[in-house]
Design a protein. Structure first.
Length: 398
């Protein structure tokens, strides 16, 4: 009887949601040991960390603590859909509260600071934001939220943050001041970054898709093609950018007219070539996997209906392989967004310009001005393509 009672007690106090429990514990540790914001006399000096309870005031701290306690207690309750919905709502509110508290804290500290002072986001802010976002994503996954619900949650979060920004809630933060000083440069860098990603992904699809179809139709090509593409993936990005400088410079010297169309040893041309080479493997592999995974019975049924080989490919095989193709495209786009940051080292421009300029000046907020938009672009691309792939799977499952 004692053993039975003990086992029941263990089940009663068991942790049913390890992800949520870990998120709450990590967030609490971040609040305890890291500063929520930091204040420095200028942009080049390391700031003094200010803890959450000293920076945000009583009301935001109590609200954050209450939401954290609710989420922690939810870890010990047997899971059900209503509980996961409550966790998702709490995590979303916590995320917005942390962001709003950061802006309000910066505004309050700026009132008593010297004119040249800079207020930056601290480690506790980033830990809290990451943990709240992880808890929100996990809760939505556990309730098997539909595509519309996920999209609505993402739009609501982004819209709320955008409204706070439009109202001037973040104007006192150093990263916003860096943006204000480089508004036009930032717009140009963002457009250049998008152009690099678009050109490289488009080139990879134009080259990789027919190559993937070829290796599917002719299996003897798979060995040499995938060996060459795997070899390209092992070359570090910086090394590949550097390796392209010499042959492109020699090409321009031999044919000067090529320089008139923008080809040079440094700049956009080697960046796009390198990004295309890196993107070929996911495109070719997913094209081959998607076409190979089409049910042979469906192909036989199409042949029985009198479809030609071309009609089979465009009307049957390609639509059925579309979810796998989108998965490969998602990998390619996210990879290209990240690697395009490194392309700034060879003069290609883009958001990486701010990253490396900030590293050279030891200005963390300038680094974030280039890094955060790149991260946001990658997350948006990943999220939207995941939704598109999910919609295609649901369509073909009916």
């Amino acid at each position: 009887m004692i053993e039975l009672t003990a086992s029941r007690r263990d089940r009663t106090f068991a942790i049913h949601n390890q992800v949520l429990f870990t998120s709450v514990v990590v967030a609490a540790a971040g609040i305890a040991f890291l500063g929520f914001v930091s204040i420095a006399p200028n942009r080049l000096v390391s700031g003094t960390p200010v803890p959450l309870w000293a920076a945000a005031g009583c009301i935001p701290v109590l609200a954050i603590a209450s939401l954290g306690a609710m989420m922690l207690s939810a870890c010990c309750i047997p899971p059900n859909r209503a509980l996961h919905c409550a966790v998702a709502l709490s995590a979303g509110l916590l995320l917005l509260l942390v962001v709003a508290a950061a802006g309000q804290t910066a505004t309050t500290l700026a009132l008593g600071a010297k004119p040249g002072s800079r207020i930056s986001l601290g480690g506790a802010f980033w830990v809290l934001t990451a943990c709240a976002a992880l808890a929100l994503a996990d809760a939505l996954q556990r309730i098997a939220a539909s595509t519309g619900v996920q999209l609505l949650a993402a739009l609501a979060t982004v819209s709320a943050v955008a409204l706070l920004a439009a109202a001037g809630g973040f104007d006192a933060l150093s990263i916003v001041q860096e943006y204000e000083n480089r508004r036009q440069l930032f717009a140009d860098a963002l457009l250049r970054h998008l152009a690099l990603v678009g050109a490289s992904v488009g080139g990879a699809v134009v080259i990789g898709f027919p190559l993937g179809v070829a290796v599917t139709r002719r299996p003897w090509l798979q060995g040499p093609v995938f060996a060459a593409l795997n070899l390209l993936q092992t070359i570090p990005s910086i090394a590949l950018f550097g390796l392209l400088i010499v042959p492109l410079s020699a090409l321009v010297a031999a044919a000067p007219w090529i320089a008139a169309v923008g080809v040079a040893g440094i700049g956009v041309a080697p960046a796009i070539i390198a990004l295309v080479l890196y993107a070929l493997l996911p495109v070719v592999r997913n094209t081959s996997a998607g076409l190979t995974g089409v049910d042979p019975a469906a192909i036989e049924a199409g042949r029985g209906m009198g479809l030609t080989r071309r009609q089979l490919f465009w009307q049957l095989e390609l639509p059925l392989a579309a979810p796998v193709l989108l998965a490969g495209l998602r990998i390619v786009i996210v990879q290209a967004i990240g690697l395009a940051v490194v392309a700034a080292l060879i003069g290609a421009g883009g958001l990486g310009t701010f990253v490396f300029e900030g590293l050279g000046q030891y200005a963390v907020d300038l680094v974030l001005l280039g890094a955060l938009p790149a991260i946001f672009l990658a997350l948006c691309a990943d999220f939207l393509l995941q939704i598109a792939a999910s919609m295609l799977r649901q369509r073909f499952a009916r």
